[in-house]
Design a protein around this ligand. Sequence first.
Ligand SMILES: [Zn+2]
Length: 412
Amino acid sequence: MNSSLERFQKDFKALKQFGLLENGGATRLAFSQEDLAAKAWLKQAMEAAGLEVSQDALGNFRGKRPGLEKNLACVMLGSHIDTVPEGGHFDGTIGVLAALEVVRTLNDNNIQTRRPIEVVNFSAEESSRFGLATMGSKAMIGKLNPSVLKDLADKNGISLYEALEKGGYPPDALESAKIGRDEIHSFIEMHIEQGPVLENKNIPVGIVTSIAAPTRFKVSILGRADHSGNTPMDMRRDALTGAGEILLGVEQIASCEAGKKTVGTVGYLYVTPGAMNVVPGQVEMGIDIRDVSMADKDRAVKKVKELFAKISAKRNLKITHEILCNDKPVALSDKIINTLKDTAQELNIPYWVMPSGAGHDAMNMAKITDTGMIFIPSRDGISHNIAEFTRMEDIRKGMDLLLKTALKLAQE
Ligand SMILES: [Zn+2]
């Protein structure tokens, strides 16, 4: 029994049309017209595969393939189909379409499972429009604060609440999006890697052990803006050179002084006044530190704070920071990891066991059920970019692994 790559590709091509850009990329922001149209298409495709589709207040779709034993908890498979602006066509979508293909393959082969299998499409995984990521899965595990519906708005001032209403979803019924722990047996998300590791190792499938979590700082560095000609070097309070020391320090801490898997990034600098003939008086910078180990991340964060104090004293700068988030890394289920490994061996699919540096809906689902992730290589490690690309032959291997693993779990 094998899944049909041809049928998957047909779906892939159909879904690609929603939000397709002239440059070949995709813009399908959460609850935009393009996203809603893609969802309508997906709902139809799920129904055509015989699934009983339900949608909740956040616009998550769950499509159920009943099991032989009606009241057993389901095996859930899926991901998301919204994108970042000018994104690619593989991020999220391949996980939803592969889940759909799993169900159709079982249908083709008249295979009944003990447990129901559900295909899920989570809403608003990307934070691009409303500034908050994985909102659909957060709502599903009961961790989306109702206040965000009215507090969050896009850059045109449209609140999440309004966007949901416009999409035909009932935002006031947020509570109903919650899934009971007794309803779900396990969850698997297949997703592109969004990094270069698998391609470099020439391995078609990654089995994810844990999902790294970020600590994010907004840092303000205050010096003094001065004339670039008349201010001697030893009399300056240059906020940008201070920022330069901090950004190199963050690199040093993440590379050598924290954990083996720590990554640290200064993603932006806003320099004020930003003129060639003025010593920069003020800088705002954003720092993102991630790790799969909370202890290693805590150590890196502590060192970054010490760095602020050191640079502040050395350069006579006022450095203040605000911690925007300090999330806990998530370990995925050993049971699912082992089932994926065993199944990959049975199928002769080479695999690599690895952490995920990016967040996914799976990190929310892991809080309520046994959760696993399958990674498929990204060409050149590129994602959130129109150049995002993943080979169909690798997707086929991931899909077969998803199918056989889901089947084992659904017979438990
Ligand atoms: Zn994604």
